[in-house]
Design a protein around this ligand. Structure first.
Ligand code: FAD
Ligand code: 2HG
Ligand code: ZN
Length: 476
């Protein structure tokens, strides 16, 4: 059953009735209005299996104009709607809290164009990230973002959450690489911002409002993405270190020595690695150490990249900053090393319940939060581990238990958010606020910014039908 986290009351939306279902069927066709309980159970439950909504209807439009018709109807009937992509979100944003209608972008999966010269790809929002990357690869191009959920997350979901991932260090976030998009507003109006120009300073750049809006301002139906040139050489170094101080030294020296070829700078502690070895049966390529780093380089010349990496590693070994490490350019070994990092979230779920935190903290404090929580929680949790996108100052702090324990939860929140707030960090670096984190927004945003967000929400969605109970705090 669902964990409530805090008390929440159903707002005064209408309930879906038979006439509504018949209307949806007339627009989308019988098969795309789903009321089957088994299928609904899947879309009512989040990836972490912590939230369970009770929606009775799943809609699967196949084109933006169908999205428009359906939303216009829901708005006039005051029916609440949750936009859903791949349902890999980690903050409870993609599932209903009560009986909201789920609108899936699964069938909005057409690639519209790909210009091999500019590298600009335009597509509908339900395309799966990995499918887009495979398409881009045919033209020696690459999607500018990559994340562990690539096989199931949708590009629309990525844009709606402003997903970060493992290559943000090199390519920046989606505010930079999304050139245009189309969104359907709550009243059904199609807002066309589908420019494919790299540069366009004509007035307010409204697309940015939708990047990271988590389904609360409109449903993204199309996007134009600036792809990157696909590097033809990849190398991964997996390093073992004895202290966090040495991890920080290595970040700095890797940035200096590897500069333009550094494409990922990830961090894992030993608890995280114990989790994937024990729970998923993966094997470490080096001996156990308190801390590990995964560095990826990518560039256009394998020979030059390897030479640079070897120089860097030799210097780091000689100075004693790195204790152990292995380097590979072989695709299958690269994949195995990445699995150790990318599959931690999956491994953690095998412990039972996962309390998940995704924060930006100053690098000097990066690991203090993990140590602090470990002391605070002691044996009341199965595991307390830290990993993340170190090169971007983004820590993934995760605690696990066999089941959700309200006493443990009370020890974690609000404490963990307040520490991050004290350090002027961000209480959600890349996953968004969704349902679980909305009431902590004030720790990372000023009151004036929050009230402008509330005004924008009222302007674009006056009836509040789009993803209610998410992002904005429950209090005014
Ligand atoms: P969903 O989960 O379906 O939805 C997420 C939010 O976006 C919801 O609020 C939903 O209402 C809204 N939404 C979805 N589609 C639309 C649309 N078309 N229009 C408007 N709103 C929409 N995140 C990172 O940032 N970096 C990572 O490295 C990362 N790694 C992950 C690894 C794993 C194994 C998993 C399970 C998740 C990971 N995530 C990561 C979180 C998640 O994958 C991302 O947030 C992803 O971008 C969500 O895409 P989705 O299609 O699954 O969206
Ligand atoms: C990752 O970087 C994802 O692996 C998930 O953002 C983070 O599980 C997490 O805490
Ligand atoms: Zn992440």
């Amino acid at each position: 059953s669902s964990i409530r986290y805090y008390s929440v009351v159903r707002q005064g939306f209408e309930y879906v009735n038979e006439d509504d279902v018949n209307y949806f069927k007339s627009v989308l066709g019988e098969r795309n209005v789903i009321t089957d309980e088994e299928e609904l159970a899947i879309v009512n439950t989040d990836w972490l299996k912590t939230m369970k909504g009770s929606s009775g209807v799943l809609l699967q439009p196949s084109c933006p104009s169908e999205v428009s018709k359906v939303l216009s109807y829901c708005n006039s009937r005051r029916l609440a709607v949750v936009p859903q992509g791949g349902n890999t979100g980690l903050v409870g944003g993609s599932v209903p809290i009560f009986d909201e209608i789920v609108l899936s972008t699964k069938r909005l999966n057409k690639i519209l164009s790909l210009d091999p010269v500019t590298g600009i790809l335009s597509c509908e929002s339900g395309c799966i990230l990995e499918a887009l990357d495979n398409k881009a690869a045919e033209y020696d191009l690459m999607m500018p973002l990559d994340l562990g959920a690539k096989g199931s997350c949708h590009i629309g979901g990525n844009v709606a959450t402003n997903a970060g991932g493992i290559r943000l260090l090199r390519y920046g976030n989606l505010h930079g690489s999304i050139l245009g998009l189309e969104a359907v507003l709550a009243n059904g109006e199609r807002l066309d911002m589908m420019t494919t120009n790299k540069k366009d300073n004509t007035g307010y750049d409204l697309k940015h409002l939708f990047v990271g809006s988590e389904g609360t301002l409109g449903i993204i139906t199309k996007v134009a993405v600036q792809c990157a040139q696909r590097p033809n050489s990849f190398h991964v170094a997996f390093l073992g270190l004895e202290s966090f101080e040495n991890v920080l030294k290595t970040v700095q020296s890797a940035k200096q020595s590897l500069n333009e070829i550094l494409s990922s700078c990830e961090f894992m502690d030993d608890e995280s690695m114990e989790c994937v070895t024990k729970n998923l049966g993966l094997r470490l390529p080096i001996q156990r150490h308190p801390f590990y780093m995964l560095l990826e380089t990518s560039g256009s010349s394998s020979y030059h990249d390897e030479e640079k990496l070897n120089d860097f590693l030799e210097k780091s070994f000689n100075s004693g900053v790195i204790l152990d490490g292995t380097l590979t350019g072989e695709p299958s070994k690269i994949k195995d090393m990445w699995a150790l990092r990318e599959r931690i979230a999956e491994g953690l779920l095998r412990d039972g319940y996962c309390y998940k935190y995704d924060v930006s903290v100053p690098l000097s404090k990066f690991y203090d939060l993990v140590t602090d929580m470990r002391e605070r929680l002691g044996s009341s949790v199965v595991r307390c581990c830290g990993y993340g996108h170190l090169g971007d100052g983004n820590l993934h702090l995760n605690l696990t238990g066999e089941i959700f324990d309200p006493d443990v939860f009370a020890l974690i929140e609000p404490y963990v958010y307040e520490r991050v707030g004290d350090w002027k960090g961000s209480i959600s670096a890349e996953h968004g606020l969704g349902y679980k984190k909305r009431n902590y927004i004030h720790l990372s945003k000023s009151q004036s910014a929050i009230s402008l967000m509330q005004q924008l929400k009222s302007l674009l969605d006056p009836n509040g039908i789009l993803n209610p109970y998410k992002v904005l705090p429950s209090f005014k």
